[in-house]
Structures are given as structure tokens and as C-alpha cells.
Design a protein around this ligand. Structure first.
Ligand code: ADP
Ligand code: MG
Ligand code: MG
Length: 538
């Protein structure tokens, strides 16, 4: 209908325009924003914990304030801060730059006459330092000196920091971080997709301009389909993982009607959309290799935490604005009990491994099977055991999966691609790629063009970049939902569960947002000015 068309156009325009934020305009709007006083200071101190790694390295605001503290202290502390910063800048540099940087690090930090000499080194490290030359100053030595520096910082400097005004400031930020999140915190834009329990729409944080995707799970639909535990597991796993190739969670909160997961906005659309909805069926091989490399890295990250994904399929892999992909939808993921297998049937028809279909015990093997199916689908625009939109009973797909050989159209699949797929589609787990010790899927020739070290640092340019003025999602009207839920009543037990879910901002992601949007600098400066007048600091 023409009305729908206009509606969709308006929704797209608002969504695209929001992504071009005017930083000055936002800055004006938030002039009245102030940091809260750290009221229950001692309770808050206890709550933030005493771990150096968390307070001074992992949390971006904590790290920034600790650095500022060090740089305003004794020359020894300044040198330590400077040394760590130069080392981290070097991590992904290529060889030539690295050699040059090493020379300058040697002269700056390891020569007693230098202002930045690392005078806190003791014992063997101090001795070693005297004999360091360009020749023997290798990566291992550098690593050892970095560890020695961190050990030094964890001692007296860390204790002093916790008594300094910089740490009080950190507590204020933590107080701010704990704020209650509601719908009012965001502007809402168009729907991007629909899932089993509700829709996913684009949102924007009002005072920072940061765009996110919000997955809204209908409370009553969750209850009706007993999906409450699943929602909590999804949230807890999302919160725990941190990989460039898995969507990050930024906020979890509850509105009157929905539980909301606010995550990285992936503006490039899901891979299913790219396979079927853009005219040409399938995705070109160069892109398939690149996406598969990122997916593999994401899956390995989950497996390293003993998490099985269980819902690997192109529909759940999303592209960001630059053309890099991430796994999303961890709604079926589970943490494996230590050393044990599980046997619950879970997954999507067409992607489930033989061991799942036979209801046998399994661990991470099922994800490699599903990845094999997904590579096949990206190329052939159908599944190995199910044609696109084929109306077929689940039992028949099961039978084919267990009994049939997968067929490859030789016009579409080259040798390495066919080889990696058939290794992922081994019906017996013992024979499958990724499931035996010492066979890392990343070493397969299919990936010969990929440098995984650089890929993991986000340094490999995507082969294809989404166009900034295109919305890679179906029209908004395709997401209408009509099912009836009037008979479902929510009780006190449900409300208790919803509170458990609603933990608000996720520390690291939130702190990044605050720094990147400029709010951190603005409020810190404003506070400093106010303090100079009132003299109330400390
Ligand atoms: P479900 O668990 O119900 O399958 P998903 O998490 O897969 O729900 O989300 C449904 C759809 O919404 C996805 O296939 C995708 O098209 C879209 N979507 C989900 N998360 C995002 C995101 N972070 N950015 C953009 N679109 C998203
Ligand atoms: Mg999904
Ligand atoms: Mg799901």
C-alpha cells in the first residue's frame, strides 16, 4: 500500500539521519549534565573491588584516571606510564616501525642518563637492563620489562592512587554508571529485524548520540513460551564475552512491556539478507573467506570460554558499517559444565549436526558442522540438505543429514572451499575439522589469504563495504506482529526475574561510549572548574 511505502521511507530517513550526529548540537544540549557526588563512598569502594587489572587496565575510565594520576606524580611513575603506553602502541606495528620504535624505547627508558629511566627495576631486571643492546632487546625481554612495570604499579602507586582525588573521581563515574536505565534514555528508530520474542530496532542514546540496536523481548511472550531463562542466559553470556567478532552488550534494562538488550548496531544487515535479498543469489568467494575467518575467530573465542553457540547460521551473522562481521543472537548458547557433555536438542532445522539430531551427547562439535552448512549456503544460496524455501518435513531433513552425501555444484565450489566444507560436514565427530586436538580450522588452505593475527586486531580491510545511504533490512511492514497475548498475566515472581535481568549499563562498553562521545572530558573539566571555585574537592 502507498501508505506503507511512505511510512517506510520516513522511517529510513530518520534512521539514516540519526547516524550523522552533530557533535556541537549534542554538546549544547548536555551543558546542564553534572557528575553525581559519590554518596555512599565506602560502600561504593567495596563494590568496585580492589583488583588492579579491572580498575586500572580493563575499565577505560579507570585506566584514563590512573594514567592521569601517574603522570602528575614522581618521575618514576611518569616513566612507567609512558613506557606502558609506548609498548601498547607497538603491539600491531609492522616490522620496520617496530625496529625503529625499539631503538627509541631502549634509549628513552633503559639508559640511566635519560629522564625516563625505569629506575624502579630491581634485581635481575635491573642487572639485565645494563647490558641491553639493540641485538638482545627482543620481544621476550620487552614482555618481561612490561610485567616488571605492572608489578611495580600494582604496589605503592596503586595504593596511593586509591587515596587520591583521581580515584574519588572514578567513584563518581561509577555512581553515574549505576544510574537506572529506562526507555527515556534513548530515541527509538525503525525496526531492523524480528525474532522469536519480539523485534530489534535502532536506538540512540540521547546525551551521547551513540547508536545501538535494541532487541526487545516481549515479557508476556517470554512467559507464554517459557523463554525467560533463555533470555537471562543470552544476556549473561553476551555480557561475559569480549571479541571483535561477537556483538557487545551495552545495556540491559526492562521497560513496562519488554526486556531490552542494547547492543552494537550492525548497519550492514545479516548475511541471510545478503545471500537472498540483493538480486544476485549467494556471496562472492573473497567475501565468504573473509566472513568465515571472522566467524571462525568468534566461534573459537566462545569455545575458549567453554560456550557452545548452537545457532550458527547466516541469519545470525551481522555486518557493521565498515563491512566486518560479528556473531549475534546468543539465545541458544550454553556454558558447558566443566569436562561434561550435554545432549539437549537445540538449533535450527537444516543446520543441526547429526549428533544433535540423534540426541547424542555433544560439546563444541555442533558449531563446526553448522559453520560448514553456512559456508555452503553463502556460496550456493541453499543448504546442503535443504533447498531454499523447500517445503519439507523436519524428519526428512534429519534423514538426509544422517544418510545423504552432500553434493557440490562444481561450477560454484573451488577445491579448497569444497574441501573445508566437506571436512566440517563429517558425520562422525572424530573425523570433523575443529573437533580433534591439533587441527585448527584456521590453518586450512581455504584461509591462505588471511593473516589471522592482523584480522584479530581489526587491521584487515573488508573486501566489501556497505553503502552508507542504504538500509540493509527488509521494509518495516514485514515485521508486523499480530499474535494474541491477552491471556498472559505477569506476577511477582516474573517481576523478580525481570529485575535480575535489568542490570543497566555494562561497565566497559558504557565507559567507552562516555569517552568517545566527549562526555568524559567535558564533565571532568566542568568539575575541575567548579572545584576551583568552591574548593570542596577531596
Ligand atoms: P532471535 O533470537 O529471535 O532470532 P535475533 O537476535 O537473531 O533474534 O535478531 C533478529 C534479527 O534482528 C536479526 O536476524 C537481524 O536481522 C536483526 N538484528 C539483530 N541484532 C541486530 C544488531 N545488533 N544490529 C542490527 N540488526 C540486528
Ligand atoms: Mg536469530
Ligand atoms: Mg535467538
Amino acid at each position: 500500500a502507498p501508505g506503507d511505502l511512505v511510512h517506510n521511507l520516513v522511517a529510513n530517513t530518520a534512521y539514516l539521519r540519526a547516524q550523522q550526529i552533530d557533535r556541537n548540537e549534542l554538546r549544547k544540549q548536555r551543558l546542564s549534565l553534572t557528575l553525581p557526588r559519590a554518596k555512599k563512598s565506602s560502600a561504593l569502594r567495596a563494590a568496585v573491588g580492589k583488583k588492579y587489572e579491572s580498575l586500572c587496565e580493563q575499565q577505560p575510565i579507570g585506566k584514563k584516571l590512573f594514567q592521569t594520576f601517574l603522570r602528575g606524580s614522581s618521575p618514576q611513575y611518569v616513566a612507567a606510564a609512558e613506557f606502558l603506553e609506548e609498548l601498547s602502541a607497538l603491539r600491531f606495528a609492522d616490522n620496520e616501525i617496530r625496529q625503529k620504535a625499539k631503538q627509541s624505547i631502549l634509549a628513552k627508558f633503559f639508559r640511566p642518563e635519560s629522564k625516563f629511566f625505569l629506575s624502579y627495576l630491581t634485581g635481575e631486571n635491573a642487572k639485565m637492563c645494563k647490558d641491553l643492546t639493540e641485538k638482545n632487546f627482543d620481544d621476550e625481554v620487552m614482555e618481561q620489562m612490561r610485567d616488571a612495570t605492572r608489578d611495580f604499579l600494582k604496589g605503592k602507586p596503586f595504593l596511593e592512587y586509591q587515596k587520591s582525588p583521581f580515584f574519588s573521581r572514578f567513584l563518581q563515574w561509577k555512581e553515574y554508571e549505576k544510574q537506572n536505565i529506562t526507555d527515556k534514555y534513548f530515541y527509538e528508530f525503525r525496526t531492523l529485524g524480528r525474532g522469536g520474542f519480539g523485534e530489534v530496532c535502532a536506538v540512540q542514546v540521547k546525551h551521547t548520540g551513540q547508536m545501538y540496536a535494541c532487541k526487545k523481548l516481549d515479557k508476556r511472550r517470554l512467559k507464554k513460551k517459557s523463554g525467560e531463562r533463555l533470555a537471562l542466559v543470552e544476556k549473561q553470556i553476551l555480557e561475559k564475552v569480549s571479541s571483535l567478532f561477537i556483538v557487545n552488550l551495552a545495556y540491559a534494562y526492562a521497560s513496562k512491556t519488554h526486556l531490552c538488550l542494547v547492543m552494537d548496531l550492525m548497519t550492514g544487515g545479516d548475511l541471510k539478507f545478503h545471500i537472498y535479498e540483493l538480486g544476485v543469489r549467494g556471496i562472492c568467494l573473497e567475501r565468504v573467506v573473509y566472513y568465515t575467518a571472522q566467524i571462525t575467530t568468534g566461534i573459537l573465542h566462545l569455545h575458549s570460554m567453554d560456550i557452545v553457540y548452537r545457532d550458527m547460521k547466516p541469519e545470525n551473522v551481522l555486518l557493521d558499517g565498515k563491512g566486518q562481521c560479528r556473531l549475534s543472537d546468543l539465545g541458544l548458547a550454553v556454558e558447558l559444565p566443566r569436562g561434561k557433555m550435554i545432549c539437549q536438542k537445540a538449533g535450527t532445522t537444516g543446520y543441526m549436526a547429526p549428533e544433535v539430531l540423534k540426541q547424542e551427547y555433544y560439546r563444541t562439535s555442533v558449531d563446526w558442522w553448522a559453520l560448514g552448512c553456512s559456508i555452503y549456503e553463502m556460496i550456493a544460496a541453499r543448504l546442503p540438505f535443504k533447498d531454499f524455501r523447500e517445503k519439507v518435513q523436519n524428519e526428512e531433513v534429519t534423514r538426509r543429514t544422517l544418510e545423504d552425501e552432500c553434493k557440490y555444484d562444481i561450477k560454484r565450489f573451488d577445491v579448497p572451499t569444497k574441501d573445508i566444507i566437506s571436512r566440517f560436514l563429517k558425520k562422525r565427530v572424530q573425523h570433523r575439522l575443529g573437533c580433534r586436538s591439533n587441527d585448527d580450522p584456521r590453518s586450512h588452505v581455504f584461509f591462505k589469504s588471511i593473516n589471522f593475527h592482523r584480522l584479530e586486531a581489526g587491521l584487515v580491510d573488508p573486501p566489501w563495504v556497505p553503502k552508507p545511504n542504504v538500509v540493509y533490512a527488509k521494509d518495516t511492514d514485514d515485521f508486523r506482529d499480530t499474535s494474541e497475548l491477552k491471556d498472559i498475566q505477569l506476577d511477582a515472581k516474573d517481576e523478580k526475574f525481570f529485575r535480575e535481568f535489568s542490570t543497566g549499563a555494562v561497565s566497559i562498553r558504557w565507559q567507552k561510549e562516555i569517552i568517545e562521545s566527549g562526555v568524559f572530558d567535558e564533565l571532568n573539566d566542568a568539575e575541575l572548574n567548579a572545584e576551583n571555585c568552591e574548593n570542596t574537592w577531596k
